[in-house]
Design a protein around this ligand. Structure first.
Ligand SMILES: [Zn+2]
Length: 233
């Protein structure tokens, strides 16, 4: 089953974290989705591949605003780590295999966004950039924005080196003999700082490493597949 965030986002907003049935990896030389990936979107999710926007994720903090004129073009996948839109029917997509997938939705201004928050993106405060993108482009107020965290590597499995204590002083702590990073907590703290309300943040709390139903880069290295997160207004 795909993980959905039912009853959290408005009824007419689709927010999904696709399970392991299809690997949504984007090879370095790919110019678009593979035939199998397109087939899955069309058959299982009834989504037209030509309305699917994709990006090449580079662990930066750039957020794209997808306008109705930005038709996805084969051969030109933009580098970015987040997308926002207020275009009905535009399918935003993102890939992860341990990084935190963040889903954003402002029910009042009718806009959505996806943010790829690994440790590098979180260091660059990409989730704050995502909120700013909604406020700047669509007039959203942070206090109205709903935020959901999908499955990702969690504190139970995210052992880090001592250097991480400088980057995330409040979110790295000792678990038994190991130093562990709480990536979700780091993003939650950044969100609260923008004015997002605590009750508007939903965390799936799922760990991709200890739960074998998920792809995990840390667990499986190069063999790991990628999960697709998608959102449609
Ligand atoms: Zn775990």
């Amino acid at each position: 089953m795909n993980l959905v965030f039912k009853n959290f986002f408005p009824q007419d907003v689709t927010a999904l974290f696709v399970d392991r049935r299809v690997d949504f990896i984007l090879p370095v030389d790919a110019v678009g989705l593979s035939a199998q990936q397109k087939e899955f979107l069309l058959q299982e999710l009834k989504l037209m591949p030509e309305k699917v926007f994709t990006m090449r994720q580079v662990h930066g903090n750039k957020i794209l605003n997808i306008a109705s004129s930005d038709l996805p073009q084969q051969g030109s996948i933009p580098d970015a780590d987040g997308m926002v839109t207020n275009v009905k029917g535009a399918v935003l997509t993102m890939r992860t295999a341990d990084c935190l997938p963040v889903f954003l939705c402002d029910p009042k201004k009718r806009c959505i966004g996806l943010v790829h928050a690994g440790w590098k993106g979180s260091r660059e405060r990409i989730v704050v950039k995502g909120i700013e993108s909604l406020t700047k482009n669509f007039g959203s107020h942070a206090g109205d924005i709903l935020v959901a965290f999908g499955p990702s590597i969690r504190k139970c499995c995210y052992e880090v080196s001592e250097d991480f204590q400088k980057i995330f002083p409040a979110e790295v702590s000792r678990v038994n003999d190991r130093l562990c990073l709480n990536l979700a907590e780091a993003n939650k703290t950044q969100l609260l700082g923008t004015g997002v309300k605590e009750e508007n943040i939903f965390d799936s709390k799922e760990c991709t490493v200890c739960n074998l139903k998920y792809f995990s880069y840390r667990r499986d290295d190069e063999r790991s597949g990628r999960h697709l997160s998608l959102m449609v207004l």
